[in-house]
Design a protein around this ligand. Sequence first.
Ligand code: GAP
Length: 436
Amino acid sequence: MTDKLEKIVSLCKRRGFVFPGSEIYGGLSGFYDYGPLGVELMNNVKQSWRHEMLRRQDNIFELDSSIIMQRQVWEASGHTSAGFTDPLCECKKCHRRYRADHLEEEGISKCPNCGGELMEPRKFNLLVETYIGPVKDDSSLTYLRGETTQGIYVNYKNVKTSMSAELPFGIAQIGKAFRNEITPGHFIYRMREFEQMEQQHFVKPEDAERFFDYWKNERMRWYLELGIKKERLKFHSHTKDELAHYAKTAEDIYYQFPFGWHEMEGIHNRGDWDLSRHSEFSGQDLSETDEQTGEKFYPYIIETSAGADRASLAFLCDAYSEDTDNKRVVLKLHPKLAPYKAAVFPLLRNKPNLVNKAREVYLKLKKDREGPIVWDDRGNIGKRYYSQDEIGTPMCVTIDFDTLNDDTVTVRDRDTMEQKRVHISELAALIEKAVK
Ligand code: GAP
């Protein structure tokens, strides 16, 4: 693990963002639990995505489909066959397992653990199996969804008909997905249980290229507007070898993580693969008829597929900074993403009149605006600033002796450390403006 990633992992554990899954039993590789601040961050990421896809864009509908579906869904989608496999190779000596393609990328031909010889790679399916009902046999076998997308295709006609939607239109969904990754790693980058934010845009075939370009740019804009540094983002076009079994063309948005440039989101032109396959396997006709020519066609699908965990990791990595001059660590998260929007403290914790006034301001702010405001009266004021900087709280509000006379407070900015005096009545609007 890189030095920077190690520091982020440690901060995440110490400050309640992310904990290793099943930790008291020794952990479970590829699973993590989000703590109180991690839940806030993830919710902010998901809320921002939802706002972007459903409120700012036109003609997109939200769906929440079930995690477990009929097994045929995964046969139709191609996930049970060679399409959803990774090459697995095992060491003949220590029996550790690796992704053959990852070793190849790094030019490694022997076992990285013991130097032993590696077996020939074999295909390993990533779907996580489960059984439904009391009898555990082949007839009750199905899978936890490997991508949220398939629930959208299965409901294509339901959404179209109930919402009177006409092409082009989109269906968006946020939810958990599961993959039996051979080598989960890089903290929350590659997990076995993770959350996706996917949108499928159904278009006429002749419009597919135009929408592909449109969504590429829109999705990049989202990351930039949430403050990710431009120089740490780039597009990566899939070569023929990299293309998923369903994709005609694909471009990933890459982020420069501390462990290198890696995929954060995929934009795919899935052509007519999905609707034609689900028509064939389900026996339900999911095609459309061209009003002018009367010809039948399957809509093409332009997919934007983001990971909420991966995006959160990128936001954390991008925001993490060490201000050596002031001996502080600052998470310069966009205020929209910051777990707490403001912290309120009394200058001194042993002065009841200051504490009472500070509680009053704190409780009023909690009522006046949505979004978490935090109370902090531990240690001295310097330690409280340090503590809030480290979790990305954009502003700290201090109630001092002047507040008791004139109802003004000190507001300190996380990034510039500048302090200004404002009236209590202005606080809610000030926070609102920062979060916009
Ligand atoms: N529906 C298309 C699809 O699932 P993908 O490229 O396999 O495409 C899309 O995954 C996104 O889901 C990735 O860019 C990533 O953000 C997230 N993702 C995929 N596998 C993941 C994993 N094992 N752990 C965390 N996030 C993952």
